[in-house]
Design a protein around this ligand. Structure first.
Ligand code: FAD
Ligand code: NAP
Ligand code: SF4
Length: 678
């Protein structure tokens, strides 16, 4: 039997021979800005983060983006590689990765008009819809300077010990801006016909190849599906790919969608491997290996993509944030032990867009490797954890991994707490994976799990310490008539599956109100049906429509939903930075009416009576069959006073600690941090 047959994921884990070097498998850790790149003083932490991923077996790592000059800055004083002096501190990163047997490439990212900086430049003076600065239009000399800076960054990366570079040519950044007529209005040799517009990336790659020599990886990230009006046609994409190959690139990576595109490309509601078909279209057009990307988060998906001939390699960025040991676990046939990225963006992309250090909702150690160090306990204790929601699960399993004797109690019949409601929302199917991961961790770490057990203070005597992770109770909004049979809580709807009428008013437009609305308007989840999802978001074949944009076709909503809030601010304002627009757009497509600035006056058999504003004006009846309350939550702390009375040492985490601003990110993080302390 050949070694190929004995590997659990034979295509994904097969080496990739690049001629002058061989990658040990087909997994690329895709580029992801973490915030640690921006200051050299953070490079030891960045090195530890990458070293952990290299140790975990990934074939090739790509760093977050480094600008080749000030004009290419993503943010003022952000990451940049423009001098030998700046290259020196990178040695700590490349050495750390090489010591673990890994390989690493530096991404060169010129932000172009996406630069959040007054120095931004572009092919034409056209402001992007997502940045406040209008870029300066480059002269021919200016373009020449940018090319030289790209080439210099390539040489500096080599000097710093990197195995290669990735030239960022997609997502609507500088290079990509030359390729579309929407952003390139030039009339000189870099504008007009596509052959002219594609001249810039060709020159960058060919001159860089000349400068760095043959034995150095150059990945070119090529925008294969722009998803914006006036995006590239498929013929143009193919023409560019051929030119990039001739110019000397080693690998072509896939870019999907400009940042300003109004089609989700990586959120959890995007079907797994949703864009592998785009890369597959390019197979056979060039002979260098192709990398595909976006929403590939399990070894099975990666294996199927490569085995099915869609690509030669898969890029995963967030999945390696979520589990640095992804590849080793896959290779050891332990895929069920992988802590799967759920595509939420809450701790990674949302943080980066808020200028905060990135991490991961399901793995709060990500980017905190030097600060959160796992140690076995020297002082074994008997600990009870009350509540097996995200907070209790993370705390209990980490305490047990550290050597404590841990009993975990939950009154429900299954672990997961509120995640059991999140997982039934169309587009949130990934939340099942976190529960699967934690059930494996419970087994692996020896936590004693007691389900169907609602504990009282008396049950907790005899433990050295008690962790209260009992979560929350729905808030009572005290609306006259709310006890009627036509009023349900989100728990009734999502957990107890109580019947809901055809016309519904959802009260409260926080994360839960939005999720409940999505649950009520969708008959089936488009996330589980790629063709339906593409129709809903208007994604088509780029051979037939420029940029792959076609007219969306949305089916009728399963119910007529009105979503209300008391605040006068726009509905959905507090949702995730990078995902809120997707939730709002999805509900608008399903004709959900969103109303802000209301007072809930009363409920009766006809529906919900509201008024507007502080003066309670314009009384209106929202006629509906069912009213669903999603009006926030309060901490569940019924155990605190009795435990204090019997003098038990106690800790509060998750919703039980604080219900305001609670989410699973905080719950899991708090659970883990407490487990490190006890
Ligand atoms: P909980 O998840 O509420 O768990 C508490 C557990 O304690 C429960 O299982 C309960 O049965 C148990 N318990 C309580 N009292 C006792 C007792 N006396 N004895 C035994 N057991 C007890 N967050 C995000 O970050 N991102 C999302 O996308 C997201 N989507 C959501 C969608 C929905 C529909 C809902 C409802 C929530 C969502 N959340 C999301 C919120 C997230 O699920 C919560 O923030 C998180 O679950 C809080 O974790 P916790 O462990 O503190 O509490
Ligand atoms: P929330 O975001 O606090 O929203 C509660 C809603 O209820 C708000 O719209 C609030 O708006 C309204 N409300 C508050 N008090 C009220 C009262 N007394 N009477 C009537 N309405 C009242 O919380 P949530 O939706 O319950 O979600 C709980 C947590 O889960 C959130 O913190 C959220 O982060 C997390 N979650 C996240 C996601 C996600 O996708 N990231 C999804 C679901 C849940 P008004 O006061 O303006 O009416
Ligand atoms: Fe994935 Fe969410 Fe973690 Fe980001 S925060 S890596 S999207 S699980």
């Amino acid at each position: 039997m050949s070694s190929l047959q004995t590997l659990p994921y034979p295509h994904l884990l097969a080496p990739l021979d690049l001629g002058f070097t061989t990658l040990k498998n087909r997994v690329l850790m895709g580029s992801m800005h973490t915030g640690l790149e921006d200051k050299a003083k953070n490079f030891p932490a960045l090195a530890a983060y990458f070293a952990e991923r290299a140790r975990g077996g990934v074939g090739l790592i790509v760093t977050g983006g480094f600008a080749p000059n000030v004009e290419g800055w993503l943010t003022p004083f952000g990451s940049r590689l423009a001098s030998s002096r700046a290259a020196k501190p990178h040695r700590i990163i490349t050495d750390a990765v090489h010591q673990e047997g890994g390989k690493i490439a530096l991404q060169i990212l010129h932000a172009g008009r996406y630069g959040y900086s007054p120095f931004s430049v572009a092919p034409s003076k056209i402001k992007s819809p997502i940045t406040p600065f209008t870029p300066r239009e480059l002269t021919l000399r200016g373009i020449e300077r940018q090319i030289k800076c790209f080439v210099r960054a390539g040489k500096l990366a080599r000097e710093a010990g990197y195995d290669g570079v990735e030239v960022m040519g997609s997502e609507g950044y500088f290079i990509n801006e030359f390729l579309s007529t929407a952003t390139n209005k030039r009339t000189d040799k870099y504008g007009g016909a596509y052959e002219n517009r594609m001249q810039l990336p060709i020159e960058i790659v060919s001159r860089m190849r000349e400068a760095v020599g043959t034995n150095f990886i150059i990945i070119y990230r090529l925008s294969m599906l722009d998803l914006v009006p006036e995006g590239q046609s498929w013929d143009e994409v193919v023409m560019l790919a051929k030119g990039i190959e001739r110019a000397g690139a080693t690998l072509i990576n896939t870019g999907i969608g400009w940042h300003e595109a109004r089609v989700p490309t990586i959120a959890t509601s995007v079907p797994r491997g949703a864009f592998a078909w785009v890369t597959k279209k390019l197979k056979g057009e060039v002979s260098i290996p192709l990398i595909t990307t976006n929403r590939i988060n399990t070894p099975e998906v990666g294996e199927d993509i490569i085995a099915g001939g869609s690509a030669d390699m898969v890029s995963m960025a967030r999945p390696l944030l979520a589990d640095p040991e992804f590849v080793n676990k896959a290779a050891a046939n332990r895929a069920l032990d992988i802590n799967t990225c759920i595509g939420c963006n809450q701790a990674c992309l949302d943080h980066v867009f808020q200028q905060k250090l990135a991490s991961c909702l399901v793995n709060p150690r990500a980017c905190h490797e030097t600060e959160m160090v796992f140690t076995k306990t020297q002082n074994k204790k008997r600990i009870a954890v009350v509540g097996a929601g995200p907070a209790g699960l993370s705390c209990a399993t980490e305490l047990a991994a550290r050597g404590h004797e841990v009993s975990l109690f939950d009154s429900a019949a299954e672990i997961g707490g509120q995640f059991n409601m999140a997982k039934v929302i169309p587009g949130k199917e990934e939340f099942h994976e976190t529960l699967r991961y934690f059930s494996r961790r419970i087994e692996a770490t020896g936590v004693r799990l007691n389900l169907n057990k609602r504990v009282g203070a008396g049950d907790l005597k005899g433990f050295d310490e008690v962790v209260i992770a009992a979560g929350v109770a729905p808030r009572n909004p005290k609306i006259p008539g709310q006890d009627g049979a036509n009023v349900l809580s989100y728990i009734d709807v999502l957990l107890h599956k109580k019947p809901v009428g055809k016309r519904v008013a959802v009260l409260g437009a926080g994360g839960i109100g939005f999720d409940v609305s999505e649950f009520l308007v969708e008959d089936h989840s488009p996330t589980m049906d790629l063709a339906a999802w593409m129709r809903e978001w208007g994604v088509g074949d780029p051979a037939e429509a420029r940029g792959g944009l076609v007219k969306p076709q949305v089916g009728p909503p399963a119910r007529q939903v009105t979503l209300l809030q008391r605040k006068a601010t726009s509905v959905g304002k507090g949702l995730g930075k990078t995902t809120g627009w997707i939730h709002r757009a999805a509900l608008k497509k399903k004709k959900v009416e969103m109303i802000a600035g209301v007072n809930y006056e009363s409920i009766d058999a006809m529906g919900l009576h509201i008024t507007y504003g502080e003066k309670h004006e314009n009384p209106t009846l929202i006629e509906c069959d069912t009213i669903v309350l999603c009006t926030g939550q309060d901490p569940l702390r019924e155990l605190v006073a009795p435990l204090e009375a019997i003098g038990v040492k106690m800790h509060l985490i998750g919703g039980a600690f604080e219900a305001g601003e609670l989410d699973a990110k905080r719950a899991i993080d708090q659970g883990l941090r407490l487990a490190y302390l006890i």
